[in-house]
Write a protein that binds this ligand. Sequence first.
Ligand code: NAD
Ligand code: TYD
Length: 335
Amino acid sequence: MKILVTGGAGFIGSNFIRLMLGRYPDYEIVNLDKLTYAGNLDNLREVGEDGRYSFIQGDICDAETVEKAMAGCDAVVNFAAESHVDRSIGGPADFIQTDVFGTYVLLEAARRHEVERYLQVSTDEVYGSREEGSFSETDMLEPSSPYSASKAGGDMQVMAYHTTFGVPTLITRSSNNFGPYQHPEKLIPLFVTNAMADRELPLYGSGTNVRDWIYVTDNCEGIDAVLHKGEIGGIYNIGGGNERDNITITRAILEILGKPEELIRPVTDRLGHDLRYSIDCSKAHALGWKPAHEFEEALALTVEWYVDNRWWWEKIRNEDFEDYYRTQYEEREQA
Ligand code: NAD
Ligand code: TYD
């Protein structure tokens, strides 16, 4: 099988490419990635020399580039997206462009190329927040942020292309991922790298917001299961079954690193901050997939990876990144 992976230089996409090349000796992977601030070829250092892997730098919104990249591919797995909620609050345009329009460009090409499978990597955030119970795949979409609204828009295009044009689509909606190669703008790597440098950990609002955490390779295995065994036109929730509030995660990170709780700095809450995400994953479990990692162990592994791989994140945490965070918190404090 030859798979076009889009956004493969990002966090989950790079973990997925490593998994697929390791698992399937006769598969070929074409990675199409724009290399935005979140794309990083260091994530794929070990596979760069593999003859079954090729890289194209390009934008999923550019039909000509997509046309060339998809030539000869049997399947498409779309990870490419703007993915950070805080950035979507600061500027939604890129999110709508990539997550909605880019998805449309990929679907059009998938339709013309008659690919066997088009898998859209989506998120549990499209359902919105709920205080009790869990969302199933047929529940209404009530996204809260420009990020989750743009992902929901992408999902809707996927569903429409299946119904209208018969494109063989699949959608996975995963919960919050963590693990190696996650950009240090996201909660766990931001707090680990801040704590390592004795910097404050900016905890939004009350710190009681709950996310369901999944170790990244467990999500990648779920995507693999859906790609190979999912029912065409189907949607599959992929969760870790690890609901934790942010203060619990924060304290666990500090404990692993042996750092004091005084580093925690409560800051003004994120606008529209969803209280809790929770998904029912019985449909994916019925495919024979289950997450393999226990949360506390996987968190410890992740912290260890950031401790051992300063070379990877110190370059990313550059002056622009520090400026971005400083401005963000100053604006919040003034609001
Ligand atoms: P990421 O931000 O780490 O990576 C995104 C990648 O897409 C980057 O390599 C970037 O360069 C690339 N990209 C962005 N715009 C592009 C464009 N126009 N054309 C081509 N490439 C482009 O994101 P991630 O955390 O790896 O998430 C991957 C996917 O999984 C996203 O679709 C995201 O919505 C979804 N998701 C993520 C999580 C999570 O916890 N990280 C949870 C659920 C779903
Ligand atoms: P994040 O990693 O941005 O993922 P998402 O918003 O997509 O769930 O944030 C996870 C949780 O951590 C979310 O409730 C917001 C919170 N958070 C903080 O408290 N401080 C931070 O600096 C960041 C980045 C997130």
